[in-house]
Ligand binder design. Structure first.
Ligand SMILES: *Cc1c(COP(=O)(O)O)cnc(C)c1O
Length: 348
């Protein structure tokens, strides 16, 4: 019996595990290996990440993005501090207060940030509190999401301007890179160009949405901020004992640059979808399509009819319906969606 759900645009984490990752896990599934990361597979994945970024960074593996972000932030600030982010930031609205919990209550300061992006002026304005006065709170971190919650991408110049502002204000810089790979291939740059070379202290590198089954990497370019991070990971229940199974998945996407292939494919499918959508009368896109997300305005009746036809996708307040493409989205799925949509749009 075929129980598989047909391909959907609900999220990029609807997709399964890519074959290269399955193979890498299978290759690591040989005999015994030391636990908690003291094994050759974990060593190899860490070394591959260091060589990908071209720097001697500290690497940690955790199970999911919420933990990666919350723990990274807990290493950058304390409860009396504040964290600057964009209004739709996952850390502020999608993590059930985990960053506040693990930082022991750091305050989130957010700005609207058009198109998902903060500007240096936003950062300066939000950080303009009486930080020397202990009655206030002390801004300590700038958190940027790359690619953004709106499916847009910060350019290298935009990032450099933001981190320069952060540096002047004495803020550490965190990047939520749940869709980091999609941003790198969109910009046609190297991972280093939008991280440490652009002034980022710590990156949460998303694996799950790129084709892993489970796992995100927390990468400290500023190594002094990684002090005692392993203790934080363990205390949060995020330390994998059979670490080779988490780490080998990374080797599956790092070898042969599969991460680039997966991200490019997802981005290309979003472009195909966006082109098809834009060709329909009365259908408008809310943001430029720069990665694997398309935000589209559809009539309510059309949405209901599409859901009735079995298509899964979600509405985001003020941003329209979000259609996400994944590493395995087939062009035929995009075309079938567009064909069904044609029949569900109001007839002129
Ligand atoms: C998916 C996502 C995460 C990670 O979410 P988890 O469900 O905790 O793995 C983090 N940040 C952004 C922007 C995301 O889209």
């Amino acid at each position: 019996m075929d129980t598989a759900l047909k391909q959907q645009f609900g999220s990029d984490n609807y997709a399964g595990i890519c074959p290269e990752v399955m193979q890498a896990m299978n290759d690591a599934n040989q005999g015994h290996a030391a636990s908690y990361g003291d094994d050759v597979y974990t060593q190899k994945a860490c070394d591959s990440l260091r060589s990908l970024f071209g720097t001697d960074c500290e690497v940690f593996f955790v199970f999911n993005g919420t933990a990666a972000n919350a723990l990274a932030l807990s290493g950058l600030c304390q409860g009396h501090n504040s964290i600057i982010c964009q209004q739709q930031a996952h850390i502020d609205v999608d993590e059930c207060g985990a960053p506040e919990f693990f930082t022991h209550g750091a305050k989130m300061l957010s700005a609207i940030g058009e198109g998902g992006k903060l500007t240096p002026a936003d950062v300066t304005r939000l950080a303009n509190v009486d930080a020397d006065n202990f009655h206030s709170h002390k801004p300590k971190v700038l958190s940027l999401t790359q690619s953004t919650e709106c499916g847009t991408v910060y350019s290298i110049e935009e990032l450099k301007a933001l981190t320069a502002t952060a540096r002047e204000l004495g803020l550490h810089t965190h990047m939520d890179g749940a869709r980091f790979a999609n941003a790198v291939v969109s910009l046609g740059c190297e991972p280093a160009d939008i991280t440490w070379r652009a002034g980022i202290d710590v990156l949460c590198f998303g694996g799950t949405k790129n084709g892993l089954g489970i796992g995100e990497a927390v990468i400290f370019f500023n190594r002094s901020l990684a002090e005692e991070f392993a203790w934080r990971v363990k205390r949060a229940g995020q330390m994998c004992s059979k670490m080779r199974m988490l780490a080998s998945q990374w080797s599956g996407v790092l070898e042969g640059e599969v991460w680039r292939k997966n991200a490019s494919h997802a981005n290309d499918m979003a472009t195909r979808l966006a082109k098809g959508l834009a060709a329909f009368d009365g259908v408008t896109l809310n943001y430029p399509v720069q990665v694997n997300a398309v935000f589209v305005n559809l009539p309510d009746k059309t949405k209901t009819d599409m859901h009735d036809k079995g298509w899964h996708f979600y509405d985001f307040p003020g941003a329209g319906s979000r259609l996400m493409c994944a590493w395995d989205t087939l062009p035929e799925t995009v075309d079938a969606f567009l064909e069904d949509l044609k029949g569900c749009l109001p007839q002129p």
